[in-house]
Design a protein around this ligand. Structure first.
Ligand code: UDP
Length: 258
């Protein structure tokens, strides 16, 4: 939870429960709130590299799922994988894509699994479908499929995460792990994961021109994309695999128990 600027009423209510605990765990420094006397620890979210979503997959598996979802690779693919949520700004993603298309012919894929705890999702999905009605260059898939997440993060020329707000942004971690060139917002936990210009591009999500320019740079220079993606993998390996998260929890438990 981001407690840097909480709704005062909600926080007053929750605080009564929170202070009963021995420690609080936050996913990033920025979210830790100063006004609780509890000892706070930072444990970053992490990915499991052995799951269907993240494991290595061969070309035949990739081809199988590209066919199954009728996804063509004759043009570069730009993908955003996110719940259909206002903070993930899917409509803004389409606007950025329109700017990209003025320079480079490409396709946009938006994959979003329906989230049962997100009542606004169906409304946002419907609005998005209306926005792109009749277009065949924007593909919207409203389905939960770990293997499709894996496939898309591997075949995309650019993985975009144009969140207006973000907790940590595990979709970014997952894409970096696969060596995908990532363009993502400089918000929430995303800047912890990307060294700008070295392991991806950090952008202002409200500056559509800037976001489009970074995507175009990668599309026009595949070597740059490969370089960014290659360095990104190491960053995840060193900091954001489940083993690091596990060690963080063991440390916390040891402290509490002693
Ligand atoms: N996810 C998924 N299918 C989708 C969209 C998202 O499996 O169609 C997964 C994604 O791979 C990631 C998680 O949901 O593991 C989203 O985490 P993130 O931190 O990026 O965003 P959140 O939804 O928690 O705000």
């Amino acid at each position: 939870m981001d407690l840097s600027d909480p709704n005062p009423e909600v926080w007053d209510y929750l605080k009564g429960f929170v202070i009963r605990y021995d420690k609080s765990i936050f996913s990033t420094e920025d979210f830790a709130r100063g006004d609780i006397s509890l000892d706070s620890k930072i444990i970053h979210p992490a990915i499991d590299p052995l799951t269907v979503k993240n494991k290595d997959i061969g070309d035949s598996t990739i081809d199988k799922y590209l066919k199954k979802y009728d996804l063509k690779t004759d043009k570069p693919i730009i993908t955003q994988i996110s719940r259909f949520d206002k903070w993930k700004d899917p409509e803004g993603v389409v606007d950025v894509f329109d700017k990209v298309k003025e320079e480079v012919d490409s396709r946009l894929v938006l994959l979003g699994a329906p989230a049962i705890d997100d009542p606004e999702g169906p409304k946002i999905h419907k609005r998005l479908m209306e926005k792109v009605k009749g277009r065949d260059d924007v593909i919207i898939i409203n389905k939960e499929s770990d293997i499709l997440v894996n496939v898309l993060q591997r075949v995309s020329s650019v993985v975009l995460q144009k969140s207006l707000r973000e907790g940590f942004g595990l979709t970014v971690t997952e894409a970096l792990w696969k060596g995908a060139p990532v363009v993502a917002s400089d918000v929430g936990g995303i800047p912890l994961q990307i060294v700008n210009e070295e392991t991806g591009f950090l952008v202002d999500p409200n500056d559509h021109k800037q976001v489009a320019e970074k995507i175009i740079r990668i599309l026009e220079d595949p070597e740059l994309g490969a370089k960014l993606g290659g360095s990104a993998y190491n960053q995840v390996k060193e900091h954001f695999l489940i083993i690091h998260q596990l060690l963080g929890w063991i440390k916390v438990l040891k402290e509490v128990l002693s």
